[in-house]
Design a protein around this ligand. Structure first.
Ligand code: DCP
Ligand code: CA
Ligand code: CA
Length: 364
């Protein structure tokens, strides 16, 4: 069966999410930072939006460097808010999973979708799914993503990188060689800077150069395994399957009717979320840790967790949530909440006989 794989990657993810919830910063360069806290500007840039990238500000750069590049300009620097990004990510990943026969999340903003069952070798069919996905993410979460479509995971990932942001790139099986040939070796996913230098000293610069170099000669330089890897990357070969994995945690979050510090109202919302969570757990998934997620009126997210004896009924632990709510308010007097959520983690999956049944667990 000829496979068709989608790779989806969200554009400037943390920055896009910040722009969405802070209308006042839209249209400006935005830099999201991990402050290490030692001195005012110590730490690194997590990401920047495309306007900030035009100024040379990129992921991984020390914050002090970014501040220098930003000097005299109207640029927004923000600290990371991981809880919030995880929440948005989880919703988007759930949405993506709905469209896949097999689904594999590979990072907070990236996933592979195998759509081969419905779209065997049928690229227009896969393209239609990609358009639907882009539309749904835009409509429900207000952000854009870039999608690559190819005959395997590696080619779909490389295709996705070709047009960003808001891109959609299709590379059919017969187009792979042409698509890769002029790319410098270091741009091939999985080939690092050091290997690129070693290749360059052999006069090998592009994917086409690697492909033209005989495998035996490559083996002499790099050993059997690495030589095969290089050849596969240059030729666009990748047999690895899209691996459906068990989720490590599940959460449910909702907006309160109005901003409040009334613990009874908050508890009532938590009870509703527990019932909703139980639909997903179906007495088939047990958990060992529960968390209360709170988002206050300044959009600050906090999480409080408790480890409990293993349970499979989210509503059986309501008294523990009551304690966590009380703890939040005793530690944050005067704060009002806008949104609340629950999370269960430390999951174990019971009585799941085969993957198919397992998938149906996540279908609802
Ligand atoms: N990230 C980070 N530190 C890095 C790289 C990334 O904290 N050195 C975080 C911030 C990013 C997120 O991971 O928003 C996703 O990383 P990507 O590499 O996919 O980069 P972006 O989504 O920000 O931008 P792009 O549009 O290029 O995908
Ligand atoms: Ca991204
Ligand atoms: Ca990514």
């Amino acid at each position: 069966m000829e496979r068709v794989i989608l790779h989806v990657d969200l554009d400037a993810f943390y920055a896009s999410v910040e722009e969405l919830r802070r209308p006042e910063i839209r249209g400006k360069p935005v830099v999201v930072c991990v402050y290490s806290g030692r001195t005012e500007d110590s730490g690194a840039v997590a990401t920047s939006n495309y306007l900030a990238r035009e100024l040379g500000i990129k992921s991984g750069m020390p914050i002090a460097f970014a501040k220098r590049a930003a000097k005299g300009k109207d640029i927004v620097f923000l600290p990371v808010d991981m809880e919030h990004y995880r929440e948005v990510s989880e919703r988007i990943m759930n949405l993506l999973e709905e469209h896949a026969d097999r689904f594999q999340q590979v990072s907070i903003d990236e996933a592979y979708l195998d759509v081969s069952d419905g779209c065997t070798g049928n690229y227009p069919c896969a393209e239609k799914i990609a358009q639907e996905i882009k539309g749904e993410i835009k409509e429900q979460e207000g952000i854009t993503c870039s999608v690559g479509i190819g005959p395997n995971k590696y080619v779909s990932k490389m295709a996705g990188k070709r047009r960003k942001p808001d891109g959609l790139t299709v590379v059919r099986a017969e187009e792979v060689a042409d698509f890769l040939k002029d790319l410098p070796a270091g741009k091939l996913h999985g080939i690092g800077g050091k290997t690129e230098e070693e290749l360059n000293t052999l006069g090998i610069k592009t994917a086409a150069d690697i492909a033209a170099y005989s495998l035996t000669s490559l083996e002499k330089e790099f050993g059997k395994n690495k030589a095969k890897l290089l050849h596969d990357k240059a030729l666009g070969i990748d047999d690895s399957p899209v691996e459906q994995k068990d989720k490590q945690q599940l959460s449910r979050i909702a907006t309160l009717k109005e901003d409040t510090d009334d613990t009874d109202k908050i508890f009532k919302k938590i009870s509703e979320l527990c019932s909703d969570m139980n639909k997903k757990l179906q007495n088939k998934i047990a958990f060992r840790t529960i968390s209360l997620i709170t988002i206050d009126t300044h959009l600050q997210t906090q999480t409080r967790s408790e480890t409990i004896p293993e349970a499979d009924d989210a509503c059986s632990v309501l008294p523990s949530y009551r304690t966590l709510i009380d703890r939040f308010f005793s530690e944050n007097p005067g704060k009002m909440l806008r949104r609340v959520g629950i999370r269960v983690s430390g999951l174990s999956y019971k009585d799941v006989k085969d993957k198919k049944e397992q998938k149906s667990l996540f279908d609802y």
